[in-house]
Design a protein around this ligand. Structure first.
Ligand code: G4P
Length: 527
């Protein structure tokens, strides 16, 4: 196949949702359609139900390095789909944010009963920062959910997006009768637990046709007609350009567990979802069709099994062709590296691959050469922009319990933070190490891993900070004076950037207004 065609047949995306909205279930249905799995129940949820480390460790142990749940590639109607998994647990939100830097589009699952939830809001913020096109799937229509119009309004308002219904539901809960496809003009009647692979939809050329009454009954037929008139009148045809520009989000109604409404969405997805996109770098925009390889590491997965202490770096190809055993330029380390066993992820298996194209995610065995954001090229020096760190929410001082193992501790902290498990800060003028995470669970994970992988024993002491902001100023002296004056709240991040650790929103706002010459950045990407 031609280079151009290889790129054009790829779609790389993530399914995001608040935990329990149905992400795992929907993923499984996609894999069934793609023929990547044969039976329902094959995809195990990787969510952590009890928010306990033991659960997390257990899940990680089971997953081992198989990382099958991190990237799933499958073919559907000639399109190669790369589905990137995102952890649902909020303590691992940063992992999800970074995964979103490696996709070209997103499917957002919303629970029709709960509507917009916390996690949904945050994830959408990241999508908006990057102008990522979003398709919305309103799930669990078989349950008594919110009124369809209220729900759409809530999503639009809360997530600040404009929705464009592609299908329209007929009731919900016990009365859920199916969906009307506003584009293909057909009706699909709801049946619980359908294996629905065939197309059992009924073409409706005219909604006033009496066949609609026969199928839905007089009352529901009338409601559907009214709804459709309203929706059609407001929306008209979907403008694919607006979707690609992240201005409009097509929305589908369905029930993932019943495999209902999923195919409609998947068919639309492969038709309209973006092909791998060109990307900005620190030097220039890299065109996706460029012949030379470029790409970046967005995730590092460590194996917690002490017998196999290897790590896998997830590398998103952005241009050119990745080839096994070929030397590529590792920009940060300024050295040439090659990979004899790069992996691709076909659903549940990983297999060694010979080459990969833009849009693909390759798993690279890593012995400590990679950090999040690292770039490989064929010689040029640049890095991909838009892979920021967000402020942690919980800050703790690292207390070394075993001074004999100080070196191991330092190494462990560097490596774990390179992996993106947490952020590391050093307090101003001192050596006090501060770890910042999004969730409590990560501290337990770090403590566990420092002990088991590096032999370093630590405790954490809570610090009263709520947010880290990165500082810059046109006037170096002003910046210098500020960090000296605010010693107790000043720190350096791992790359040596000045950081202000605020105790509260009030303190932060006060400092921002008192120091107009200093810029407070809310992500680490400040250049
Ligand atoms: P997540 O990955 O987003 O966290 O959600 P997941 O797919 O695990 O789904 C969460 C729960 O919602 C599961 O039930 C799942 O069976 C259920 N679910 C998913 N889609 C639908 C739907 O369309 N209708 C209804 N009624 N339920 C749905 P659970 O009891 O938490 O888990 P399980 O024991 O069934 O695995």
């Amino acid at each position: 196949m031609k280079f151009h065609d290889e790129i054009m047949r790829r779609r790389t995306f993530a399914i995001i949702s608040h935990p329990d909205a149905g992400k795992t279930t929907l993923t499984e249905k996609f894999l069934l359609f793609g023929g990547a799995i044969q039976v329902a129940g094959a995809v195990k949820s990787n969510k952590i139900k009890k928010s306990a480390t033991s659960d997390f460790m257990e899940i990680e142990r089971q997953r081992g390095i198989s990382v099958a749940t991190s990237v799933m590639s499958f073919e559907y109607n000639g399109i190669l789909i790369n589905l990137l998994d995102t952890p649902g647990h909020k303590d691992f939100a940063e992992d999800t944010y970074r995964t979103l830097t490696a996709v070209d589009s997103v499917i957002l699952v919303v629970d029709s009963v709960n509507g917009v939830e916390d996690q949904t809001r945050r994830l959408m913020e990241v999508c908006r920062m990057r102008d990522t096109p979003v398709i919305v799937f309103i799930n669990k229509m078989d349950r008594d959910g919110k009124n369809r119009f209220d729900l759409l309004e809530e999503i639009e308002k809360e997530l600040n997006i404009q929705l464009h219904p592609m299908t329209w539901p007929i009731n919900s809960g016990k009365e859920f009768k199916g969906v009307y496809n506003l584009y293909d003009r057909n009706l699909r009647l709801f049946a619980a637990n359908t294996k629905a692979e065939g197309d059992e939809s009924i073409a409706i050329t005219d909604l006033n046709d009496t066949v609609v009454e026969e199928m839905l009954g007089t009352a529901d037929a009338a409601i559907l007609r009214e709804d459709v008139e309203l929706v059609d009148g407001v929306n008209g045809e979907l403008n694919a350009e607006d979707y690609l520009a992240a201005k409009v989000s097509p929305v589908f109604f369905g029930s993932a567990i019943n495999n209902f409404g999923v195919k409609e969405m998947l068919d639309t997805f492969i038709r309209i979802a973006p092909t791998p996109q060109s990307r900005e770098t620190s030097a220039r925009k890299v065109d996706v069709e460029e012949a030379k390889l470029s790409g970046f590491v967005f995730k590092i997965h460590a194996n917690l099994d002490p017998k196999h202490r290897d790590r896998i770096a997830f590398f998103r190809v952005c241009s050119g062709r990745f080839e096994r055993n070929k030397y590529f330029h590792h920009v940060r380390l300024d050295k040439d590296v090659r990979f004899s066993n790069p992996y691709s992820f076909m659903a549940r298996d990983k297999s060694v691959i010979e080459d990969a194209y833009a849009g693909d995610v390759v798993g690279l065995f890593d012995t400590g050469n990679f950090k999040i954001g690292d770039t490989l090229t064929e010689g040029e020096d640049f890095y991909f922009t838009g892979i920021p760190s967000f402020s942690p929410e919980i800050f703790k001082e690292v207390v070394n319990k075993d001074p004999m193992k100080t070196k191991q501790l330092e190494k462990g902290l560097m490596q774990l933070t390179d992996e993106g498990v947490a952020q590391l800060f050093t307090q101003f003028g001192g050596t006090k190490k501060i770890i910042g995470c999004v969730g409590e669970l990560q501290f337990e994970v770090i403590q566990y891993r420092l002990l088991h992988e590096y032999g370093a024993s630590v405790e954490f002491r809570a610090l009263p900070f709520y947010k880290a902001t990165w500082l810059t100023s046109e006037d170096p002296k002003k910046l210098h004076d500020f960090v000296r004056f605010k010693q107790a709240n000043s720190a350096l991040d791992k790359d040596g950037h000045d950081v202000y650790l605020a105790q509260s929103e009030w303190f932060l706002n006060t400092e921002i207004s008192n120091n107009p010459d200093i810029k407070f950045h809310f992500t680490s990407e400040i250049h």
